[in-house]
Ligand binder design. Sequence first.
Ligand SMILES: NC(=O)c1ccc[n+]([C@@H]2O[C@H](COP(=O)([O-])OP(=O)(O)OC[C@H]3O[C@@H](n4cnc5c(N)ncnc54)[C@H](OP(=O)(O)O)[C@@H]3O)[C@@H](O)[C@H]2O)c1
Length: 329
Amino acid sequence: MQAIQATQFGDPSVLAVVELPDPMPGPGQIAIDVTHAAVGLIDILFRQGQFKDVPGMAQPPFVPGLEVAGTVRALGDGVTGFAIGEKIVSMSAGAGTGGYASIYIAPVHGVLSIENSGIDPALAVSVIPNAAMAHVALTLVAHLAEGESVLVHGALGGFSSAFPGIARQLGASRVVGTVRSSKIEAAANTKLPYDRIVDSAELPGVLDGEKFDVIIDPVGGTVRSQSFALMKPGSRLIVAGNASGDWAHGMKTNDLWLGSTTVAGFNAGALLPSHPQALRRGLEAALKAAASGLCDIEVDVLPFSAAVTAHERMENRDLNGRIVLAPQL
Ligand SMILES: NC(=O)c1ccc[n+]([C@@H]2O[C@H](COP(=O)([O-])OP(=O)(O)OC[C@H]3O[C@@H](n4cnc5c(N)ncnc54)[C@H](OP(=O)(O)O)[C@@H]3O)[C@@H](O)[C@H]2O)c1
């Protein structure tokens, strides 16, 4: 098969197109003929070697990529419910690698059929895994109730952009986003179902005292600090990433007591393996949200040969939606 390898840790130039042996599915797995592989921030962090000392993390040479769309190539022992050639999308397979390849082996619990859905596979791989995670975060962790309000930081980012559609589907009354100043123009043109998007540099004043029941924060750093002023008794702040790279951020736990607020962590990789039913509900909700246009974002499709460009653009923040790599282009 054709694949893109990170030949060592380093800048985007360490990515190379290589030929590797075709993998076979084991018990409980599906082999996928990949048409589209999503590029995520986590792929960049893996390639840079930021998690290289964490036990179990991939070491070079490895194939980056978490999420793919394609068709069923072969079924491993014990797998039922999928037909050869069926159009599918797959979530991360645990190790967080292997997606930038023309064949991908996925555990069946993270695979969803998109046959007859009418959803473009490039959009499907860009939004369905993130929307499934958003559904789990908003239901299992944030306990979002109908009529509640939601604030989403990094509103146009790959992960964040799945939240407004799922929040709407769950009955949120109001969904507001924050972006950095450089994305205010893109925010004005988004089709995502936000009521309002504001500049995070102007928090908290720009919101004129508005408070939120749920705040989704994959950004961290300064916007996380500012989030506390946007909470009221009963609010839940979901810590779901650290795109700002500020690992020194801290908080005073006594403030939670005094304000009667909740801060909860959400990491799909840690939570989903022990919550397969929540994942399945999330995938089904994500399919409905994507099919009804609640997750429409810009998707740029590039050939495998442009993997270096794809990673450079992610690092330079030169995108308003997601980038997807296609082996057949
Ligand atoms: N909890 C989970 O299970 C889960 C799942 C997926 C992702 N994540 C996490 O969510 C975060 C975003 O991932 P993603 O795949 O959505 O990435 P992405 O598409 O690259 O989006 C990054 C987002 O963070 C914003 N951001 C703010 N400050 C930033 C900075 N200093 N550098 C880079 N970005 C900055 C970006 O804003 P601009 O648009 O203005 O650049 C963008 O909205 C990561 O920390 C990732 O690990 C968590």
